[in-house]
Design a protein around this ligand. Structure first.
Ligand code: HEM
Length: 468
């Protein structure tokens, strides 16, 4: 078994734009149109003064074995910002051409300059203007500050610090179960459960409802074959559930985020109120953002450590010896290595130069975190997994702009505590079968995830659990 991200399928020059400028997707020719009325149909991007990506980054086949890092290396070599010929990110949806930002410095610039690069059309490649100003991920400026201030009360480092005990308790419960099994499926039985339980605790979702709630979020992002319904039905059911939960919390408030937000829904104070739609989307964003991403970081982290047994051994020694510094740097490196979010998008609000590209007002601009996190310009030896790496300016949580991940503290704690306890408790962890990946709609931004990692766990005879 290996998860070396440098070991990827050969660079693909297939598909995409035919000589007539049509797009071949799943065998079907789809007529293309440039956004922003740029009339270059049928011409390559080079001929219009732009560096072309040259492959279809929305083609799921590109990601079957993980991220196409060889391709990203090649793209970074050609430029910081490249033009992607019109593609169809969402099957059956609109065709769209867009900019692809692959280098670290430019990803940071887009993330930080919300005046030139607006988040209001949402994070997906295809813009969703209907939600402008109504969700955290579809807003800028005042709208964004209002929503972020409301929710931030539940996510301060101090609050997350209080959750540390809860993270330990949940981790221990999960590992108790698998210790009794000996063999398990790591994603389903371990990596999936910790983020689900934690975000459930934070939002205040009753335990009995959690499996159902997260089956809906899986259906929305297309993540699990076990999902019982389609994405839009799942969204409808999740929103109905969020409203019911809000009513219950208003009747009987608790110390959780949903009590806070449900109260804000009826608060008439300017700046502190939330519409029903906004409340619905809060629920969806929190439950999706809080689960799939951290699950992936934990799964990738395990694979990376198993691929580097000497580092696994030193992290185990650090966990047993209470070396918190190594646990911290290892956590950052795992999150850099995993890059759980593939790409997020912005819209240019005006004509702007970025990394040598002339971007026009209204263009969609996508930032590719896995590429930026392996940028040779920002990291020494970026393809070396190194749990001692410091500094580690990864952009897995975003490029430090106003939309920087709200759950970053929480995710870090979860990853850290999980590995600390996993390595302390089990003296052997061995992959027993093929590792597979899930590729979901890139339109949903979180697209490439580890699906199955069958493992055998050998319990340490006298396992001592840190913090127990
Ligand atoms: C390793 C795990 C995680 C990764 C890699 C991750 C990554 C990201 C990224 C890349 C963004 C967009 C940043 C930008 O647009 O500049 C984001 C935003 C966000 N994340 Fe996370 N995330 C993780 C875990 C979590 C968790 C546990 C939560 C819990 C609630 C969460 C909640 C959010 C929210 C609400 C936003 C939107 C913030 C805004 O637009 O203001 N994330 N995350």
């Amino acid at each position: 078994m290996t998860s070396d991200p440098t070991r990827r399928q050969p660079l693909r020059s297939t598909p995409v734009v035919t000589e007539t400028g049509d797009q071949q997707l799943n065998g079907a020719a789809v007529p293309v149109a440039e956004p922003n009325d740029k009339a270059t149909m049928g011409t390559s991007a080079e001929t219009s003064g732009r560096t072309a990506v040259g492959v279809d980054l929305t083609d799921h086949d590109l990601y079957r074995g993980g991220f196409p890092h060889e391709l990203f290396v090649e793209l970074r070599g050609r430029g910081a910002v490249l033009w992607h010929a019109p593609a169809v990110p969402r099957p059956g949806g609109a065709s769209i051409g867009f900019w692809v930002v692959v280098r670290h410095a430019e990803v940071q610039r887009v993330s930080r300059d919300s005046e030139a690069f607006s988040a209001a059309d949402g994070p997906s490649i295809v813009a969703s203007p209907a939600l402008r100003g109504h969700t955290l991920t579809h807003s800028d400026g005042h709208d964004h500050t209002r929503l972020r201030t409301l929710i931030s009360a539940g996510f301060t480092p101090r609050m997350i610090g209080r959750l540390e005990d809860q993270i330990r308790i949940r981790t221990r419960e999960i590992l108790d179960v698998v210790a009794g099994m000996g063999e398990c499926e790591f994603v389903r039985d371990i990596a999936y459960l910790l983020p689900m339980q934690l975000i459930g605790d934070i939002i205040g979702i009753p335990e009995a409802d959690r499996s159902w709630v997260f089956a809906q979020t899986d259906a929305i992002i297309g993540g699990a074959s076990s999902a019982p319904v389609g994405a839009s039905e799942a969204e409808r059911q999740l929103f109905a559930y969020a409203q019911q939960l809000g009513e219950a919390k208003r009747r009987q408030p608790a110390d959780d985020v949903w009590s806070l937000l449900a109260a804000a829904e009826i608060d008439k104070n300017e700046g502190a109120s939330l519409s029903g739609l906004e409340l619905d989307f809060f629920f969806a964003i929190l439950s999706i953002a809080g689960s799939e991403t951290t699950r992936n970081a934990i799964s990738h982290g395990l694979l990376a450590l198993l691929d580097h047994p000497e580092q696994l051994a030193s992290l185990r020694a650090a966990s047993l010896g209470g070396d918190t510094h190594l646990l911290d740097t290892a956590t950052e490196e795992i999150i850099r290595w995993a890059s759980p979010v593939t790409c997020f998008s912005r819209s240019a609000t005006r004509d702007v130069e970025l990394g040598g590209a002339e971007i026009r007002a209204g263009d969609r601009v996508t930032v590719w975190y896995p590429s930026a996190n392996r940028d040779e310009r920002a990291f020494d030896d970026p393809f070396r997994f190194d749990i001692t790496r410091s500094p580690n300016p990864h952009v897995s949580f975003g490029g430090a702009g106003s939309h920087y991940c709200l759950g970053a503290h929480l995710a870090r704690r979860e990853v850290r505590v999980m590995f600390e306890q996993l390595l302390t408790r089990f003296e052997g962890i061995e992959v027993t079968g093929p590792v597979t990946h899930n590729v979901n709609g890139l339109a949903h931004s979180i697209a490439v995830s580890v699906k199955h990692v069958p493992v055998r766990l050998v319990t340490r005879p006298s396992s001592r659990t840190p913090g127990a």
